[in-house]
Design a protein. Structure first.
Length: 435
């Protein structure tokens, strides 16, 4: 995490003080359950809460202990004992470090998912607002970067809305999958701790018990979580790349908001660059970079090893913090995006009507021409226009073979822009419902 791309709400989830607070809650809730089962004195469990519930854990002190013990959980438990006193001997009864570490990680990931879901709602709201604003704003659709047929700018944003709606559904599922708790002891057999302790801690921490955890919570859950973040990042980049293209000088159909006093270049005062979109491309790459280690973390030796640990210490904070920042930036970018309908129309007209070529092709086939002949007739009139050597409509009207099938009026009818937009309402209802 670096401050430049970090929002405080997400960063706070991964701060050491938050982590130790969660560790304490796991241990204290486990102590409550152990007390109810008669394994430890109830007064000991009460003392743990009374002495440490509102404590600020000394991160420097825990780090000092860890430098000696070379074990983070033992360092924390040692410091907790300094706060709680003699009753701390009843803490961590029958538990193993992974019980604390894995359950804590899943608490953090679910909290991070909640923030990311709120971010997605912001993106969806911005996309919906701008999509309806430009629902019928005609623009050129492109395939391979080349002019194809007309669409609307609202449809472009509706595509993105549908994609991020799917992203939200996936993240909800990923959050549910990773929201499990393991308090099962060494190698996960519950030999030293009753399964009812796990059930109690899971409920208290807003999780569900892991059905079978060996000594760790299975990492396929985490692989799905981070893979979902990676897919969301790709959706962010897809929209960012679209905006980057539309802001090119030769296109200029849309543009990032450029604030008063903003500078685009240290050398060229005229520049207005798509820096936010380009930044989103870079951030998306970083989120996706954590998908591979998440997948590789699934493969652990026997009941556990810690080959996943070092990777997760980085990927948990970095992937969630980065995606959080990217989604909020994307929402603001869309909300303030400058849109130029006049330039869209200018680009639509740039090829002199060639965007209607398929309509001519179909009209000829409907009048009796074979598809192969119709294609040749339309293409031979299109290519001169492509080279800037004539007007498509006039060339078609002068083509004797075309005129065998279509009258002038029938040819002109195929150049109706509105024809391409007749199902926009239907698409919008599919995407947004009846709103």
């Amino acid at each position: 995490m670096i401050p430049r791309y970090t929002r405080p709400e997400m960063a706070s989830i991964w701060e050491p003080q938050t982590r130790f607070k969660i560790w304490f809650e796991i241990e204290a809730h486990a102590a409550d359950a152990l007390a109810e089962l008669g394994t430890i004195p109830k007064q000991a469990a009460n003392t743990v809460w009374e002495k440490a519930k509102n404590a600020t854990f000394d991160v420097a002190r825990i780090d000092e202990i860890e430098r000696e013990t070379k074990h983070d959980v033992i360092a924390f438990l040692t410091h907790l004992a300094e706060i709680v006193g003699p009753e701390a001997r009843f803490v961590h009864q029958g538990m193993t470090s992974s019980d604390v570490l894995d359950t804590c990680l899943n608490v953090q990931l679910t909290r991070a998912a909640d923030l990311l879901l709120a971010d997605l709602d912001k993106v969806l709201a911005a996309l919906k607002k701008r999509a309806f604003e430009h629902k019928m704003t005609p623009t050129i659709g492109r395939s391979h970067g080349i002019h194809a047929e007309p669409v609307t700018f609202g449809l472009k944003l509706a595509y993105a809305y549908a994609e991020f709606s799917r992203a939200k559904e996936r993240l909800i599922a990923a959050r549910k999958e990773v929201a499990t708790c393991a308090i099962s002891g060494a190698v996960g057999t519950f030999a030293q701790i009753d399964p009812r302790v796990e059930e109690h801690v899971a409920k208290a921490m807003g999780l569900t018990p892991e059905p079978i955890s060996t000594q760790v919570i299975p990492r396929d859950r985490h692989a799905m979580y981070f893979s979902t973040l990676g897919v969301i990042a790709s959706s962010v980049e897809r929209l960012a790349v679209e905006i980057r293209h539309l802001q090119r000088t030769e296109v200029l159909e849309a543009e990032e908001f450029f604030s008063e006093g903003q500078k685009g270049s240290s050398a060229m005062p005229h520049k207005r660059n798509p820096v936010l979109s380009e930044n989103l491309t870079g951030l998306s790459r970083m989120v996706r970079a954590y998908v591979t280690p998440a997948l590789e973390n699934v493969v652990l030796w026997h009941e556990r090893d810690i080959s996943h640990s070092s990777a997760e210490r980085m990927m948990g904070p970095d992937a969630t913090v980065t995606l959080d920042f990217a989604l909020v930036r994307l929402a603001g970018l869309i909300d303030k995006l400058l849109v130029y309908p006049a330039n869209m129309q200018k680009n639509l007209d740039r090829l002199g009507g060639l965007v209607h070529s398929q309509r001519l092709l179909l009209a000829l086939t409907q009048k009796g021409a074979s598809r192969e002949d119709a294609y040749k007739l339309v293409q031979r009139n299109a290519m001169p226009v492509w080279r800037g050597e004539g007007d498509f409509l006039q060339l078609l009207k002068k083509d004797a073979e075309v005129k065998k099938y279509l009258t002038d009026a029938e040819i002109e009818e195929q150049f109706d822009l509105g024809y391409h937009l007749k199902h926009v309402d239907t698409i919008f209802k599919r995407v947004f419902g009846e709103s």
